[in-house]
Design a protein around this ligand. Structure first.
Ligand SMILES: NC(=O)c1ccc[n+]([C@@H]2O[C@H](COP(=O)([O-])OP(=O)(O)OC[C@H]3O[C@@H](n4cnc5c(N)ncnc54)[C@H](O)[C@@H]3O)[C@@H](O)[C@H]2O)c1
Length: 335
């Protein structure tokens, strides 16, 4: 699968968990040449190097960022390393596709924005996969139907608690279930509303993982009020005894839309007299890969048509970090 780098976007991929998925997609994309993979785990690194015949495998991120050939860095390392890797990449003139969350503090977000301002020709985006789900794509397309959305609710039901209690998520400073999970639902809320948030309040608890003294709260719920007085509720539910799934409900003047699972129970209804309309959508890995393909296309053609443009990404991060701040300070944040 190895291809010549001539006329291709030269890519380095950091972190080979979900990053292995980006690796496969980059190898399938005819406009990219994967020069590097990087992982601090030697076994994983060598496994993928051998499997896909990648020219360079390194444990040291600096080898990628200092290579002048590299145009695009895909960052899928632990959350705590995103800030350093994003800022170094931008400073070294690399386009950046970073897994969510882009960073863990407001200070770091401000720094990234400052660096980015000095690099207007670089692209940065994030892997907010639900934007490509056909249910939401359809909603975004038909947004005009949704007049006066007054309430939205999104639940991120993780169902993979051991990743918090036993993996890196439970060990890093500033880890937050909001930045790790609720961010996906917040992103859909902000995209649908297209209004500014004016108030935020978050409550959280740690009832289910109370035995794990050093881990963060495993459940958080945030309320957001928008400038048009509509309200959204987002829960980041890492303690759910469920499979991994999301719930998303939208209430507007005439229509209500309900999204319950990846594969079933998606429907909308107008009122009691009319039947609810069920819509079933397929959402597979190929569709999820479109976010990265779109990014590569934007970099290649220098168009601004990103699925997640930079301004939306930065605003999402800001609101997400304020949701975390509200939880830490236990107070309503007014913007
Ligand atoms: N967009 C999504 O839907 C989605 C889904 C899953 C994970 N993620 C994000 O992807 C990132 C990785 O999560 P994961 O589930 O793949 O974790 P993971 O633990 O499965 O994989 C991370 C890999 O990165 C390596 N790594 C960590 N820090 C590194 C560093 N500084 N340099 C090089 N390699 C490093 C680890 O050794 C590991 O192999 C996280 O930021 C997570 O939030 C996003």
């Amino acid at each position: 699968m190895l291809r010549n780098k001539k006329n291709k976007i030269v890519v380095g991929i950091v972190g080979l968990g979900v990053g292995a998925f980006h690796l496969k997609n980059s190898l399938l994309n005819k406009n990219t040449f994967v020069k590097y993979i990087c992982d601090t785990n030697e076994t994983r690194l060598q496994f993928y190097k051998k499997k896909f015949n990648v020219p360079k495998a390194t444990k040291n991120f600096n080898n990628i960022v200092n290579d002048k050939d590299v145009n695009l860095i895909i960052i899928a390392s632990n959350d705590k390393d995103h800030f350093n890797q994003v800022s170094k990449s931008l400073k070294n003139n690399k386009h950046v596709f970073v897994e969510k969350p882009m960073c863990l503090t407001m200070k770091d977000l401000n720094t990234i924005q400052k660096i980015k301002k000095q690099k207007p020709n670089l692209y940065i985006s994030s892997n907010l996969v639900l934007r490509e789900h056909p249910f939401f794509k359809n909603l975004f397309k038909n947004k005009k139907k949704l007049k006066k959305i007054y309430f939205l609710e999104g639940d991120y039901n993780y169902g993979r608690l051991e990743k918090l209690t036993r993996g890196w998520r439970g060990k890093i400073k500033n880890y937050s279930v909001i930045l790790g999970g609720g961010i996906h639902l917040l992103d859909l809320v902000l995209k649908l509303k297209k209004k500014k948030v004016k108030e935020i309040y978050t409550m959280s608890n740690k009832i289910i993982t109370d035995k794990f003294k050093n881990t963060t709260d495993d459940f958080a719920v945030s309320l957001l009020k928008f400038e048009d007085n509509s309200i959204a509720k987002i829960s980041s539910n890492f303690s759910s005894s469920t499979d991994h799934h999301h719930i998303f409900n939208i209430y507007s003047q005439k229509f209500s839309y309900f999204y319950k699972r990846d594969k079933s129970e998606q429907f909308f209804r107008e009122n009691e007299k009319k039947n609810k309309k069920e819509i079933k959508y397929k959402f597979d890995n190929q569709m999820k890969g479109q976010i990265l393909n779109n990014f590569i296309k934007a970099v290649r053609t220098k168009t601004k048509k990103l699925i997640t443009p930079e301004n939306e990404l930065f605003y999402l991060m800001k609101i997400c970090l304020l949701m975390v701040k509200s939880h830490k300070k236990n107070k309503i944040i007014k913007l």
